[in-house]
Design a protein around this ligand. Structure first.
Ligand SMILES: *Cc1c(COP(=O)(O)O)cnc(C)c1O
Length: 236
């Protein structure tokens, strides 16, 4: 049995335990296997071991990897989790079923234009810089509601939740307050917008938690955990 299969078994067991511990259905947490810098051949092994969602951070790398995997089954989906430039919107809507990292109206509008051209409604998450770190992408918490209200005027993109990357801590429990904050921000924004302008808006997805802190994120309500290193090993 190779490492990837073993790693996946361990991760799945940890996801299940974390969900059960906080009284959640383990099925409500989906694993995004982050395959940035990982070779197509290795991604193929992960798919064979049952991975169904792959996360990539770079458009060029993702494009060549996706085309190198012969006839990926329909049950596989690719998510974009990196910083996205407006001029890559065209590729992004063609390659990815969910884009986790939308943090401006300009980017949402570019995705809307490109999605419309191919008759697609592009699902997106709004990335929030919850700790207001200058080094990180993402929109400030106070701006999330207005941005989402603006995006809901676009016909070919659909916001389905929020994403965040908290500061790094050696002790994952220290990241917990940031995860809790994303969840309460989501609850607040959804409630306000439902009452105001968009009764059918539903921000079901919370993309939070990585190799070092996904259990804390699950306890706080994560529905998508983005895990790379703990599956594929250290990146070079
Ligand atoms: C690389 C990356 C991950 C995966 O991080 P690991 O620590 O390797 O699990 C998750 N989310 C984003 C946005 C990333 O860029």
């Amino acid at each position: 049995m190779n490492d990837i299969i073993q790693n996946l078994q361990k991760i799945r067991a940890r996801i299940r335990r974390a969900a059960e511990k906080s009284g959640r259905n383990p099925e409500s947490v989906r694993l995004v296997a982050v395959s940035k810098t990982v070779k197509a051949e290795t991604v193929r092994q992960a798919i064979a071991a049952g991975v169904t969602i792959l996360g990539e951070s770079y458009i060029q790398e993702a494009r060549s990897k996706i085309s190198a995997l012969p006839l990926p089954p329909d049950s596989i989906s690719w998510h974009f989790i990196g910083h996205l430039q407006t001029n890559k919107a065209r590729d992004a809507v063609r390659l990815f079923s969910l884009i986790h990292s939308v943090d401006s109206f300009k980017l949402a509008a570019a995705l809307n234009r490109e999605a419309e051209k191919i008759d697609k409604v592009q699902s997106i998450l709004v990335q929030v810089n919850i700790a207001a770190e200058s080094s990180k992408s993402g929109i400030a918490s106070q701006e999330v509601q207005n941005l989402i209200a603006e995006i809901t005027t676009l016909k070919s993109v659909k916001v389905i939740g929020l994403m965040t990357i908290p500061p790094y801590f050696d002790n994952p429990e220290k990241a917990r307050p940031y995860f809790d904050e994303l969840r309460s921000l989501r609850d607040r924004v959804q409630k306000n917008l439902n009452a105001e302008s968009t009764p059918d808006l539903s921000l079901d997805e919370l993309s939070m938690g990585m190799s070092g802190d996904f259990e804390a994120a699950i306890a706080a309500g994560a529905t998508l955990v983005r895990i790379g290193t703990a599956i594929f090993g250290e990146r070079n």
